[in-house]
Design a protein around this ligand. Structure first.
Ligand SMILES: O=C([O-])CC(=O)C(=O)O
Ligand SMILES: [Mg+2]
Length: 652
């Protein structure tokens, strides 16, 4: 037996720890075999080849890809070879190998006893049963009592509620994630409305600002300029091989807080926690990445606890080369169906990265596209309250960066679909103000390329207030990253010519919100229809309670990602963002409208995500961009059935 094991798991490719090793009866050297044992994981590979199947709609795929890449060079040779395999049922089976996983030839991990208690994927703490304690060498390592996961949850919530400072709650949640992953996700799913502001905006913003001081254990992959030329090797250092979603940042524009360099890692970590909790992607399939090319944040550069490279940001070719090496390594290591979400890059890189990799990789930019999709859904809901069609409204944005121009473009696209007017015409109903004032045609030459489509004929105006008075928008959207910019005068002006002014203050975290919920309601005498990127508590005004929704891309990206994965999509298409938006808007109930809410509550988010996923997957099949065949009949039920559940498993 020992000799057999030695032959199978050649030295250098396997790691043994703990006391026991068992092999599954399904083990075979020819196909990916996984054995799932009490506290034991085995996956392995030998001469395994993935069957290449033509999708039934390969010509559709070809034409969609052509349309997406314009007249650029053909990438179809590579795209048409999209592999179909792994079996979707297997895909979400915890710890089961897929072809994407089979990168390292042999890997064996065994955990029991003390190391089992220290392995966050398997640790259950006091919830290990008597039998499990006997079977896995846990006797004496735990106090005698055995408890349920529900009791553990109650205790943790009680402890968390005692912390007064949000950052303490954040740290307690991160500790839990590293101690007992299933309990972390169970807690987050069951208490999503209470805990979202802890692991996500606004608290994650403060966590990033103080990341160096609160840093305990690394939580993702750090790829810095030091790793140039070695990124593929670095990816192989990550313990999980079957990655389905990567969230990557370079830390240059973290929320509305600016350049936080390497400390931006809190964002990919937080976003991926939501992918698992809200979208049901299994945690081991998620990889947070921070690309560190330096920082221009002087305070951080001088901070003795700063964890990143102490140099000014690399730019130009050096920056592009590192990003390109990363993108190539990702595809080489995980295949073409791994989703890469760009997050919190600065404008000057975000648009270029999306344009460059959108035609060769499965990528999307959450700040441009995810935010656009969530806001469009909120606007469709708002029309139920204010009447009219999208094309009958006038939009004014403060902020012409990723979120502003991304939302504006998706609105124009939807308007043009609805009314059959060309998208160029639709754009004329949408106005943007940047730091220099209203974007108008006389500024066109000096504008960055992503602002040019919004340079309409109008005399120059250099303040938001004047722009509001002149354009008379029905809908005002803040995407500036600059707090307190929707002043009393601005909101009063909106309320002077709109019965129900729609005001969206999207910037995060709360400190950067263009105005608070209270300000929006008070300054409009309770008439505003308001939503914000970071959450606000309900407001009492004139004896009435006002509830506001959270227009945050967290509604979209987990379901979008799930839809892409279950369909085996190989590209993200704008129509998928519209499909996601439409699915979200459909989830708003009459009861929500009656409360003035533009979004359904987050407490339903897993159901919402399943609907978004199904709509996105449907679109992927329609466009011929899906590779996972046959197409499941009921995609909502299928999406739900694929979702990760954090309930403890029995290790017997
Ligand atoms: O992270 C959030 O809360 C939303 C977002 O993408 C951003 O503000 O950059
Ligand atoms: Mg973001």
């Amino acid at each position: 037996m020992l000799r057999l094991l030695w032959l199978l798991f050649k030295p250098g490719h396997c790691s043994f720890s703990g006391k026991r090793l068992a092999l599954s009866s399904t083990f075979s050297g020819q196909v990916p075999a996984t054995g799932l044992f009490p506290g034991v994981r085995v996956f392995c590979r030998s001469s395994y080849s993935v069957e290449v199947k033509e999708t039934s709609s390969s010509s559709k795929m070809e034409s969609t890809l052509k349309e997406m890449r314009g007249d650029g060079p053909s990438v179809l040779d590579m795209d048409a070879k999209s592999t179909v395999g792994g079996g979707v049922e297997d895909m979400y089976g915890e710890d089961q190998a897929t072809e994407d996983q089979l990168v390292t030839p042999w890997t064996v991990t065994v955990a029991s006893g003390y190391s089992l208690l220290r392995d966050p994927h398997y640790n259950k703490g006091l919830a290990f049963s008597e039998k499990e304690r006997d079977a896995h060498y846990l006797r004496g390592l735990l106090p005698p009592t055995c408890v349920t996961q529900e009791l553990q949850e109650r205790k943790l919530m009680q402890n968390l509620r005692q912390y007064q400072v949000p950052l303490q709650k954040y740290m307690a949640m991160m500790d839990l994630q590293e101690r007992n992953e299933r309990l972390f996700y169970k807690l987050l799913i069951d208490n999503v409305e209470e805990l979202l502001p802890v692991v996500y905006t606004p608290t994650v913003g403060e966590a990033c600002q103080k990341y160096g001081s609160i840093f305990r254990r690394p939580q993702g992959l750090y790829i810095s300029l030091k790793e140039k030329g070695k990124i593929l090797e670095v990816l192989k250092n990550w313990p999980e091989k079957s990655i389905q979603v990567i969230v990557v940042t370079d830390g240059e524009r973290i929320l509305g807080l600016g350049d936080l360099g390497c400390q931006g890692m809190g964002i990919p970590v937080g976003k991926l926690a939501l992918y698992s909790a809200l979208g049901g992607i299994r945690p081991s399939a998620c990889l947070p990445v921070t690309i560190d090319v330096g920082t221009n944040n002087e305070t951080l550069l001088k901070d003795e606890f700063y964890i990143g490279l102490r140099q000014k940001r690399a730019t130009g070719q050096e920056y592009r080369d590192l990003l390109h090496e990363f993108m190539c390594a990702v595809k080489q290591n995980y295949g073409e169906k791994v989703l890469v979400q760009f997050e919190d890059f600065a404008n000057h890189n975000a648009f270029d990265l999306l344009a460059k990799y959108g035609t060769t990789h499965l990528v999307f930019n959450d700040d441009i596209q995810g935010t656009a999709s969530v806001v469009l859904a909120g606007l469709v809901a708002a029309l139920k309250l204010i009447g009219g069609t999208l094309a009958e409204h006038t939009f004014l944005f403060l902020g012409a960066g990723e979120a502003g121009t991304g939302i504006a473009e998706l609105i124009a696209l939807e308007m043009s679909k609805q009314t059959k007017i060309p998208v160029e015409e639709a754009r004329k109903r949408i106005w943007l103000v940047d730091s220099k004032g209203l974007i108008v045609s006389s500024r066109k030459e000096s504008l960055q390329h992503f602002k040019k489509p919004w340079a309409h004929e109008h005399e120059p105006i250099n303040s938001l207030l004047e722009a509001v008075k002149s354009i008379k928008p029905t809908i005002l959207i803040g995407s500036s990253g600059a707090g307190k910019t929707f002043t009393k005068e601005v909101i009063e002006a909106m309320a002077s010519f709109n019965e129900k002014p729609v005001i969206l203050a999207l910037s995060n975290p709360t400190s950067q919100s263009e105005c608070t919920a209270e300000e929006a309601y008070k300054w409009s005498q309770g008439r505003a229809i308001f939503a914000s990127g970071s959450p606000f508590d309900p407001i009492e005004y004139n004896g009435k309670t006002y509830y506001s929704g959270q227009a945050n891309n967290a509604y979209i990206f987990p379901g979008l990602g799930l839809g892409l994965i279950i369909s085996g999509a190989i590209r993200v298409h704008d129509d998928m963002l519209l499909a996601a938006s439409e699915a979200l808007a459909k989830q708003v109930t009459q009861e929500n409208y009656d409360m003035g809410l533009l979004y359904p509550p987050f407490s339903n988010i897993r159901k919402i995500s399943a609907h978004i996923a199904a709509n996105v997957a449907t679109k992927a099949y329609e466009l011929g961009l899906a590779t996972r065949l046959p197409r499941p009949e009921n995609l909502v039920a299928y999406a739900e059935s694929c979702m990760y559940s954090p309930v403890y498993r029995s290790f017997r």
